[in-house]
Ligand binder design. Sequence first.
Ligand SMILES: *Cc1c(COP(=O)(O)O)cnc(C)c1O
Length: 463
Amino acid sequence: MSRSAHPAGPRHADVLPEGHYTAPPADLNHLDPKVWARTVQRDDDGVLTVGGLRVTRLAEEFGTPAYILDETDFRARCRAWADAFGKDADVFYAGKAFLSRAVVRWLHEEGLNLDVCSGGELATALSAGMPADRIAFHGNNKSEKEIRDAVAAGVGRIVLDSFQEIVRVAHIARELGTRQRVQIRVTVGVEAHTHEFIATAHEDQKFGIALAGGQAAEAVRRALQLDSLELVGIHSHIGSQIFDMAGFEVAARRVVSLLAAIRDEHGVELPEIDLGGGLGIAYTSDDDPREPHEIAKALNEIVTRECEAAGLATPRISVEPGRAVVGPTAFTLYEVGTVKPLDGLRTYVSVDGGMSDNIRTALYDAEYSVALVSRTSDAEPMLSRVVGKHCESGDIVVKDAFLPADLAPGDLLAVPATGAYCRSMASNYNHALRPPVVAVRDGEARVIVRRETEEDLLRLDVG
Ligand SMILES: *Cc1c(COP(=O)(O)O)cnc(C)c1O
């Protein structure tokens, strides 16, 4: 991603401050459909609407900050993923991106399966009626209780992540008198992030069992010896916010060569291969994510080709998109509290949330877009930084963005593409009350996760 300084600079300075920004957009009022949820548009008077509802009304009714989730978009994305991969493959939504009971019901209705990685996520999934056989359980250090609960519920697969866990799951399954379907998660020596991937030296991480050095082959050997485990496949997950399919290509090739080695050694062809998630979305207009059908086509071709070359029947493929399903479907609605121009630098715009509802900017240096949504404006573009209200100078929501120079307290701003890893990573830092998630669809709004209250906070504080 190449970004350059804006040639003209901010309007109130001769010298450009450091930053990652391009020239201001030709029209500050334009909403790029790439970064906004499907039903977002502007009313004639400039107010943003989603699901047919005006954000001014949503702010009045539900308060700010709030995550506003476009249910129509969410369901359409589920269907696009399910259709793209078809009935001979499985799509698992990665629940860690954002999970609630409403989300579980939508996934179920739209034909997706679900990845969970904790007892809490499992409990949420089961309580909303997701059939256990459509749930996969992940994690590098599942507790005995979590494993027991998952096996007892009858989850479709547990993804084994260490030698100790192979024995632990086998033991619990035997105790419960069942045979548990499992996959083994391997690290293929590929790490992919955004537009690049690195094909060596990434065994240095906590997840999975390395292909290198024969570790994964040894894990397979042990799992195959245990009667209470049914080893159905190999799992690989290479990174996040990936646009380039080359990393998946290398991963698939390495996983398929393990499948061939397993056939040669044990005479078994494992029937499943999971290529993980990590597919990128557009946070800004610079990002160009691929459509699910393009991703499905590319992955199917890679796996089919590699299996043919190895003389293997093509296994059943599964993928695990989280961000690419939910990320684009929601935006965070904030109210502007203060506007502070710093001469020669930029204007700091403070909103009523911050790193407690979106940690990604502080944690990953993530980029976001932002727009004034309670009206349009013809004012000049003003180089801005959208910051939160927390006692921390790193409390930044949008590092560099152009907003209209007449921005004032009381205006509503929206930050798009906050559906993934924002509410699910939200904290109570400064005893902030975590915002609600409001689902909108066909002119109706419904709270699916309510706003926290001071009572909620005090209830945990037992003195
Ligand atoms: C996080 C994770 C995913 C989902 O990643 P996204 O970037 O949200 O698509 C899928 N599979 C595994 C094993 C993960 O850890």
